[in-house]
Design a binder for this molecule. Structure first.
Ligand code: ATP
Ligand code: MG
Length: 440
């Protein structure tokens, strides 16, 4: 029996939630700019939404939190990723019939995978992802890649690399699969147990193995590029050319096949090059999927593209580069209560301040002047309101302006106008200093 947090999960405590909110705000802002709207799907789905025929990925085969309630025959699974639920919803709600395809959506929230926890790898982690559904055009691919890159750059990440590859269409992939089977036939006995299964199920995933990664036979394996048909080649060239035209630096990685089995054509990752990321350096990953919409009962031949980023991993990458998203401006006012009888009046002042948009708090536990003043300091308050029975009787407030080290006593009726003036003045002062520094 334990009242400790389960292994591989973490609390996001109030002290660090502001950086999460700052991150979420940037993500939402970019989606707004690019015309992606939020979708919220359930945190669990019927197991077969994730566990599809022929899926050879570890995520589906080993990492899913699947459960069945005692009085039910329905098998449910906590979502390990966002795409399947979004596509299920796209089809179920007939979004494919919209006259304005693609339907562009984003989602964020927790994902559950039973993995071995380590830095940047949790059992319950948060993803932010986008999906652009219903249009198969290289520029739909370009749009989501540019969105991904722009977000990471706007957050301040510098040490990143875009890795790009194509898996081609079904025909190209079938040819490539055959070539891989033929090539690996003499080596498969020396590969890990998972790779033996992959060899049969989906030999593309051999290239993705974290165990056999450095084996000699991997280096000379056939390359996808040599098995692309004309159409797949042209599709990929258009994506690459557009990225060049937009100055998005990328690198073609012919071994990039991605963890899930449903990808076709363009696949990509954005990795952090910072040493602190260790083996968990992939911040964002995605690609095009052709089979998924028809799989859920949508129109034959309709495809989509999307990516997901690990929010915890992104925060680690930002921290590794010394980027701080937190911006706590402190309180506008802290109301200090000097006499117990004045509490009611003080609370009235507090409520008035808040009504006018001033971020304010008040002492609730009757501490000494010194004790309360320490709080003013810790909360970085711009002003301290000193409220005692004198102020109550006069209907006045005594305000300490902490930066200017001045103190005034004014009628409570003038309080808001006074604060408006003072705090705007301080703001301008800071702005002025800021510019002076810039000019230096
Ligand atoms: P990996 O190769 O690291 O296992 P993956 O291929 O399983 O990654 P995706 O399914 O593509 O990852 O998920 C997209 C992103 O979600 C990853 O790039 C990563 O940032 C994040 N992510 C995936 N699994 C975890 C996890 N267990 N803990 C934290 N973040 C994760
Ligand atoms: Mg994984």
């Amino acid at each position: 029996m334990s009242y400790q947090i389960p292994r591989g999960t973490q609390d996001i405590l109030p002290a660090s939630s502001s950086k999460w909110q700052a991150l979420e705000q940037t993500l939402r802002h970019f989606c707004y700019l690019y015309g992606f709207n939020e979708i919220r799907t359930p945190f669990f789905e019927h197991t077969n939404v994730f566990k599809r025929d022929n899926d050879s990925s570890d995520m589906v085969n080993k990492e899913m939190y699947t459960f069945q309630l005692a009085n039910s025959s329905t098998s449910l699974t906590l979502r390990p990723e966002g795409t399947a639920g979004v596509v299920r919803s796209f089809v179920e709600n007939k979004m494919y019939a919209d006259p304005d395809l693609p339907i562009k959506m984003y989602y964020m929230g927790p994902m559950a995978r039973h993995e071995r926890p380590q830095k940047g790898r949790l059992r319950l982690f948060n993803q932010f992802g986008v999906e652009s559904l219903g249009v198969k055009d290289p520029y739909a691919d370009v749009e989501v890649i540019v969105l991904a890159y722009s977000i990471l750059k706007a957050l301040g990440l510098n040490d990143i690399k875009v890795l790009l590859n194509t898996l081609g269409d079904d025909e190209s992939r079938a040819a490539y699969r055959n070539a891989l089977r033929e090539y690996f036939a003499p080596y498969v006995g020396d590969l890990c147990a998972d790779c033996k299964r992959r060899y049969e199920q989906n030999p593309l995933r051999l290239l993705d193995c974290k165990i056999d990664h450095d084996k000699e036979c991997m280096k000379d394996a056939p390359r996808m590029a040599d098995y692309l048909n004309e159409e797949s080649r042209r599709y990929f060239d258009t994506v690459c050319q557009a990225l060049e035209q937009l100055d998005i630096p990328y690198e073609i990685d012919s071994k990039l096949v991605r963890g899930l089995d449903y990808y076709t054509h363009t696949v990509f990752e954005i990795v952090s090059l910072n040493k602190e990321m260790g083996a968990q350096s992939t911040v964002l990953a995605g690609g095009r999927y052709d089979g998924l919409i028809p799989y859920f009962g949508g129109p034959e031949g309709m495809s989509g593209i999307g990516w997901a980023l690990g929010m915890e991993r992104l925060l680690i990458a930002l921290e590794a580069e010394g980027i701080n998203l937190e911006e706590d401006n402190g309180l506008d006012a802290y109301v200090m209560v000097l006499d117990k009888e004045a509490r009611g009046y003080a609370f009235e002042v507090l409520t008035e301040l808040r009504a006018y948009g001033y971020r304010s708090e008040m002492d609730l536990i009757g501490r000494s002047f010194k004790g309360q003043f320490k709080t003013v300091d810790r909360k970085h308050a711009k002003t301290a309101f000193l409220i005692g029975s004198k102020e109550m009787e006069e209907q006045s407030v005594t305000i300490k302006l902490l930066e200017k080290r001045e103190q005034v006593n004014i009628p409570v009726a003038d309080m808001v106008a006074f604060l408006d003036r003072q705090l705007v003045e301080e703001e301008e002062e800071h702005h002025h200093h800021h510019h002076e520094h810039e000019e230096e």
